[in-house]
Design a protein around this ligand. Structure first.
Ligand code: DX5
Ligand code: ZN
Length: 221
């Protein structure tokens, strides 16, 4: 599996979401940021919107839930059509149990860590997850500066996955652009979320192609 690109519609035009999704159809995933104004100090969109996005999107939906009580809500996003559901470790008491629930619904199960959250016990249970999302900014807003101090976690995950043979993808999210792609791919990331880098420059298709070309030039893990 090569590098995968997941445009974040947080930076798209919310009055023209279908148009902007189609404009990014050369990507691999559609990254949809769900915020509840509680786990993070911002709100975006919820279940009914995600359900329609999943219906019109040519790409599978990667739902990033920045919400409290993921035990209640994550399965509902799976039912709504998300092919991958990411919940936050900081909001969840039993991440392995929730991942098993999602997998039982034939949805990819993924856990996200904020920049200051250590890998902790996750590293012992990588086979329970289809993806781990290492946040490379504080969750809540697009357009923030990449935090290079998160790279040791990506390297440690990559090393553990390679050592154990766990088929877990490593996703990075926040401040990913042509200026930071090389660093995250070299550290071991294989799914790259990009919001402002894709939708901020006016040509999503070209931006996705440029990110992919740059990432493939570095990819060796
Ligand atoms: C931030 C979101 C990101 C955001 C990334 O909380 O999880 O997905 O859209 O935006 P950029 O790529 O602009 O940092
Ligand atoms: Zn996100």
């Amino acid at each position: 599996m090569g590098i995968q690109i997941a445009p974040s519609i947080l930076s798209a035009d919310f009055a023209n979401l279908e148009r902007d999704i189609i404009a990014a159809s050369n990507a691999d995933w559609l990254h949809v940021d769900v915020m509840d104004g509680h786990f993070v100090p911002n709100m975006t969109l919820g279940l009914p919107v995600l359900e329609r996005l999943a219906q019109v999107s040519p790409l599978p939906v990667d739902a990033h839930l920045m919400i409290t009580n993921p035990e209640l809500w994550a399965p509902r996003y799976a039912e709504a059509g998300a092919a991958s559901v990411t919940f936050h470790l900081e909001a969840c008491d039993d991440p392995v149990a929730l991942a098993r629930t999602l997998r039982s619904m034939h949805t990819r199960a993924s856990v996200a860590l904020k920049p200051a959250t250590p890998l902790g016990a996750i590293i012992e249970h990588l086979h329970e997850f289809d993806m781990v999302l290492i946040m490379t900014v504080e969750p809540g807003f697009g357009g923030q500066a990449f935090m290079p101090e998160t790279m040791p976690k990506v390297r440690a995950l990559r090393e553990a996955a390679n050592r154990t043979g766990a088929q877990v993808w490593i996703e990075v999210d926040g401040g990913i652009s042509e200026a930071t792609v090389a660093e995250v791919v070299d550290a071991g990331a294989d799914v790259l979320v990009a919001g402002s880098a894709v939708y901020g420059a006016g040509n999503p298709h070209a931006s996705i192609a440029a990110l992919r070309a740059q990432a493939e030039g570095v990819h060796h893990h």
